[in-house]
Each structure stands twice: as structure tokens, then as C-alpha cells.
Design a protein around this ligand. Sequence first.
Ligand code: ADP
Ligand code: ADP
Length: 226
Amino acid sequence: MSTVAIKDVTKIWPDGTTAVDRVSVDVNDGEFMVLLGPSGCGKSTILRMIAGLEDPTSGDILLNGEPVLNLAPRDRSIAMVFQDFALYPHMTVGENIGFPLKLSGVDSSPRGERVGDVASALGIGDVLARKPAQLSGGQRQRVAMGRAIVRRPGLFLMDEPLSNLDSGLRAELRAEITGLTRELGVTTMYVTHDQAEALTMADRVAILRKGVLQDVGTPTEVYGRP
Ligand code: ADP
Ligand code: ADP
């Protein structure tokens, strides 16, 4: 279970660029929030601040009511997925998915069981022994998601995870991602510049333009009925 509270957050880079300008928004427990806006509007910067990878210049980001920077990285229970899947090329699919468990000291037998469950849920149970180079783009993205969720994070941050895939596969994976996150009950912040993607996936959408939050609401509240 996880909530995020972004309170009056500004990020100004050392060169003077204001990437994020007094943004406030809450993400509720179990909610699928889409952060939508054109390239360069500050979406990734917001995700990186939620993950504790960048400090806000001012304002606060609370994870379950605690400032994220006060929490040790291992206590944040956050998983991130990016567009460039960043799989380990020398490891098999099974080893890739199981790697976070191995790092946290989970024994081989329970690890294998958990990896099998996650891979089956993602429809890649039959390719566990392959290396990433032997997979399709869609399979690679499923492996990246599997690796992200294998430790059952409370918060899932996704940065344009589908933008390198063709449109048919994108549509298929949109439904899979929302299905999976709902099944797991994981709170999700999903970044995209694709309005159609936002409308089909979001519980609520937050629209960002030039670092400023324009609107937040359900797709119907924000765009009205078609
Ligand atoms: P988006 O994810 O919406 O494409 P970003 O958050 O990546 O936008 O970038 C927002 C703004 O901040 C852009 O003007 C970008 O060039 C700038 N920016 C991003 N990262 C850095 C950085 N590490 N140093 C300086 N400027 C950055
Ligand atoms: P995205 O739009 O997906 O965020 P970018 O190409 O804007 O991707 O950024 C890629 C990387 O470069 C990120 O780590 C970002 O923080 C960094 N970056 C972006 N703009 C700048 C900048 N003006 N100065 C320094 N680093 C930057």
C-alpha cells in the first residue's frame, strides 16, 4: 500500500531552467495516475524526484506520509520501468526477473517459484531460459516489468515504457499493464506524451505543460464525454 503526496514542488536546474513549477498532486493508494504532457515538460523530472533520484529545489514529496528523502532507498518500496528496458544481456529471462530477489538474499528455490509466478502472469513463462537478445520487443518489456514487480513494490513508476514498441503491441500492453497493476493493487504513476494512452489507462490523469500542472481528474472530468 502506497500513497504519494507532491506538495508545491519546484525543480530548477543549475543552468536556471525551471523544469517543474510549483506542482501539487496526490496519488491515492492503488490508483493508476497518468502524467501526460509533451516532451520536455518535466514529467521524468517529477518521477525521478518521487524515486528520490533528484532533490526538489523547493517543496516536499511524501511517500506514505514520510518525506521520500528521509527514507532509506531499501525502505521506499518503489520500482521503476523505462522505455529502454535496460535488461542484463548476459542473464537469462529468469535470472533477469529474479535478480532483485537475489540481491535481497532470497534463496534459489523460493526465488525460482516467485519468478515462475511472475513470468506466467506476464505470459513469458515459456521463455525463461532465453537471453534478452532472443526476445521480441514486447517480451523484453514484459521481462522489464517482471523484474520491477518481483519484489511486490508498493509504488510503480513507469516512464514511457511503450514508446519504442509498434502500435499494435502498444495497445496490447496497455491493457496488460493496467490489468497487472490492478491485480497487484500497486499504486502507479505512468508517464506518457500519448493522449490516447492516457485516456485508455488512467484512473486519473495529470496534465503538465512547461512544468506547470494544468489539470487533474478522471479522463471524463478532464476531457468530457466523447
Ligand atoms: P519530459 O520527461 O517531460 O520529457 P524532463 O523532465 O526530462 O521532461 O525535462 C524537463 C526539462 O528539464 C527539460 O527542459 C530538460 O531539458 C531539462 N532537464 C532534464 N534533466 C536535466 C538535467 N539533469 N540537467 C539539466 N536540465 C535537465
Ligand atoms: P526524457 O525526455 O525521456 O526525459 P531526455 O532525452 O530529455 O529524456 O533526457 C535523457 C537524460 O538526459 C535524462 O537523464 C535527463 O535528466 C538528462 N537531461 C535532459 N536534458 C538535460 C540537460 N539540458 N542537461 C543535462 N542533462 C539533461
